[in-house]
Design a protein around this ligand. Structure first.
Ligand code: HEC
Ligand code: HEC
Length: 152
């Protein structure tokens, strides 16, 4: 057997071992529910968006802020960006929405553009709406202010 075949076999068995260990731990419920994989179960209903709490504190400074309003039906395609009808620099006076971050005008070389940079065009790549969905596993996140003892 060639060396690469052996390496491949080793990698494959290592992956299988990890996968079966994860399956046995069973600490994260599967998104598909408790039914065994081959059987089909009815899709759970979509979670309700949370829209009545206003802008949310960020958990760390670089966090993309979560979307505090409904985005149902807002088109986000190559031709249309509904988000920018409120969040564009020219429109915020009228809409009352916060302007997109200054970082969103920069291309990957740090060059400032007149409008949103292509790499920031698809807003929901990074910004998510909050819903009333319950976390699948306990959240152990600790804010860095608490860690450093300088909270509030
Ligand atoms: C009709 C106008 C309008 C449209 C369209 C709109 N927004 Fe907003 N957005 C707002 C307003 C107004 C706020 C501020 C809400 C507040 O202060 O409670 C806001 C807040 C936000 C925030 C929170 C910013 C922060 O600093 O906390 C994000 C993120 C956001 N919107 C993203 C989006 C995305 C993504 C889309 C498109 C899918 C979108 N918005 C479409 C008006 C709009
Ligand atoms: C590649 C990820 C990414 C994409 C795509 C993106 N954002 Fe952001 N956004 C962020 C991050 C990270 C922050 C917070 C840090 C910063 O300011 O860059 C942010 C901040 C914001 C803020 C808060 C600005 C402020 O000064 O408080 C708004 C509003 C916003 N984004 C709207 C949008 C809209 C609208 C779009 C689509 C046109 C969009 N973002 C696309 C990552 C992204």
């Amino acid at each position: 057997m060639r060396a690469w075949t052996i390496a491949l076999a080793l990698a494959l068995s290592a992956t299988l071992a990890v996968a079966s260990a994860l399956a046995q731990r069973g600490d994260a419920p599967r998104l598909t529910g408790s039914q065994p994989l081959p059987s089909s179960s009815p899709a759970p209903s979509l979670a309700e968006p949370v829209t009545d709490v206003g802008r949310q504190m960020r958990n760390y400074p670089e966090q993309p802020p979560v979307i505090p309003h409904d985005i149902e039906g807002y088109q986000l395609t190559l031709q249309t960006n509904a988000c920018m009808t409120c969040h564009k620099r020219q429109y915020v006076e009228r809409s009352g929405a916060p302007m997109i971050s200054i970082t969103h005008f920069q291309d990957r070389d740090g060059q400032m553009l007149a409008d949103v940079a292509p790499r920031r065009y698809f807003c929901t790549q990074c910004h998510v709406q909050q819903t009333d969905a319950q976390p699948l596993v306990e959240n152990l996140f600790v804010d860095m202010l608490e860690l450093s003892g300088s909270a509030n």
